[in-house]
Ligand binder design. Structure first.
Ligand SMILES: NC(=O)c1ccc[n+]([C@@H]2O[C@H](COP(=O)([O-])OP(=O)(O)OC[C@H]3O[C@@H](n4cnc5c(N)ncnc54)[C@H](OP(=O)(O)O)[C@@H]3O)[C@@H](O)[C@H]2O)c1
Length: 280
């Protein structure tokens, strides 16, 4: 019997870490795509001591940098003929306008363009697997941010709209994957994990401010174990969650702008052009 393989981005903190720790028992081999290999190595040792029979492979991948994403995808394709399940989890919030090394607004680069390129590059080997599953960790923040051109470098920056648009992009990506590849057996789910107490946003506003904001909002946040449950359920129950948007585990219709086919087409086409790709 062939080994089952899970690949996950952003496994070194928060929802990704809780997800991979919970799923490690149900896979034979886990690929940890990390921007920080020191944190990745620590996680690898943690996983191996809890699951001695597990195989863990570390891959360096900075999703804000397209050349790093390409290098990671090449390394994976050289080593693996298939991936059963790809979890696009990594993401970040920036409270000020920053640019990626490729010149894009940093949240759009990290949360959308990098994951789009990675998904494009790994899709053939996901389709090679028996399981054929992709999970996209999106966010309910898409609700506050209808898509608007220019897409990858907005004229005006504000963190809520910038983050929301990057997560709306991931929602469009999940819808596109589902529509284009469901007939080939691909099972795609977009997940909003809820408001989860993690490191997100803290690094960019300074630890003290981050702790204060999270402290004030803490009654509204769930733990990483609770927050990761919707991602874990999506992986474990594709018969329930394939082709849908899971809002904290509940299959939910997306808002009008979140399912605007015309805007999705325009946005996906602009992405393909920007990344020099002919198709997803
Ligand atoms: N927390 C929430 O309330 C919430 C709500 C809705 C959606 N989400 C989504 O959930 C996902 C996980 O976030 P989280 O809340 O668990 O945050 P987190 O604790 O900050 O974890 C984010 C993960 O993404 C990684 N990451 C950040 N920038 C990266 C980059 N440039 N390249 C590669 N990896 C990068 C981080 O790596 P390091 O460990 O090296 O920092 C970390 O492993 C994100 O997509 C986020 O948008 C979160």
């Amino acid at each position: 019997m062939s080994e089952s393989i899970l690949a996950i981005t952003g496994p070194t903190s928060g929802i990704g870490k809780a997800t991979v720790k919970a799923l490690a028992a149900s896979f034979d081999h886990v690929l940890l795509l990390c921007r920080n290999l020191t944190k990745g190595e620590q996680l690898k040792q943690e996983l191996l001591s809890a699951h001695p029979k597990l195989t863990v492979t570390l891959i360096h991948c900075d999703l804000s940098d397209l050349s790093s994403v390409n290098a990671a995808a090449t390394e994976i394709r050289e080593q693996f003929m298939y991936i059963d399940c790809l979890v696009n989890n990594a993401g970040m919030v920036s409270t000020s306008r920053k640019q990626s090394v490729d010149g894009y607004e940093l949240m759009m680069a990290t949360n959308y363009l990098g994951p789009f390129l990675l998904t494009h590059a790994l899709l053939p080997i996901v389709l090679n697997s028996d399981r054929k599953q992709i999970i996209v960790v999106s966010s309910g923040a898409y609700k506050f941010a209808p898509m608007k051109a220019p897409f990858f470098n907005p004229k005006h920056f504000d963190p809520i709209t910038g983050y929301g648009r990057s997560k709306l992009g991931t929602l469009y990506l999940a819808q596109e994957l589902h529509e284009m590849y469901k007939n080939q057996g691909l099972r795609t789910t977009a997940v909003h994990p809820g408001m989860v107490s993690t490191n997100i946003g803290k690094n960019n506003v300074g630890q003290k401010v981050g702790d204060l904001v999270f402290g004030l909002l803490s009654p509204f946040f769930v733990t990483v174990e609770e927050g990761s449950q919707s991602v874990i359920s999506a992986v474990q129950q594709p018969e329930v969650y394939a082709g849908v948007y899971s809002d904290e585990g509940t299959v939910t219709a997306v808002k009008k702008h979140g399912s605007d086919f015309k805007m999705r087409r325009t946005f996906i086409d602009a992405t393909l052009k920007e990344l020099n790709l002919s198709t997803l």
